[in-house]
Design a protein around this ligand. Structure first.
Ligand SMILES: [Fe+2]
Length: 178
């Protein structure tokens, strides 16, 4: 694998997103890129903290994500196929299934460490918790415009769901609760 650059990564993601078999090819590409997580980490060394939208249009969203130790991102869907990879730290993904009452029940969990890649279907519901001592950093690619699509947040404790917006998101943010 040649040296990782954001420009070529984004360009390749854009090409894959508009070609046939995008979901499968995206996974194949991410598996290859994350065989060298050190190269990705080196590229982002010294970059601004937090999430960075590297590219977004109607066909693909490319994010550098950052989760702080012990913090959980509330359960949510994407409505888009996604592939995520971790290049530093460790994150636990808790998965949930919708139940007929508008709530959700836990259906499993996957912990991702450095170099791990995970495919997430468009209807999947997950919460993410950084379980490492250092921030968990990764690349998330979604086949569509993540900030434009209508998504749902889930309050696990109260078995309710609500539109994904900043106010609801901040309300549900908390220390590790899963
Ligand atoms: Fe997510």
């Amino acid at each position: 694998m040649p040296e990782f650059t954001v420009e070529s990564f984004v360009q390749d993601m854009r090409s894959i997103a508009v070609a046939p078999d995008a979901t499968r090819n995206l996974r194949t590409y991410m598996d290859k890129v994350f065989t060298n997580p050190t190269a990705i980490a080196a590229t982002f060394e010294g970059s601004q903290p937090g999430d960075i939208i590297l590219f977004e249009d109607d066909t693909v969203s490319v994010w550098r994500t950052s989760f702080e130790p012990g913090v959980s991102v509330p359960a949510h869907d994407h409505q888009l196929s996604a592939v995520i990879g971790v290049y530093r730290g460790q994150e636990r993904n808790d998965f949930f299934e919708a139940d007929p009452n508008g709530g959700v029940r836990r259906s499993g969990e996957v912990t991702l460490g450095v170099g791990d890649v995970l495919s997430i279907g468009p209807n999947a519901i997950h919460a993410v918790t950084c379980v490492s001592q250092e921030p968990c950093l990764g690349l998330h690619v979604y086949l569509g415009n993540l900030t434009e699509v209508e998504r749902t947040l889930f309050d696990i404790d109260n078995r309710t769901s609500m539109p994904f917006d900043d106010a609801n998101y901040n309300e549900l943010m908390s220390a590790d609760r899963f």
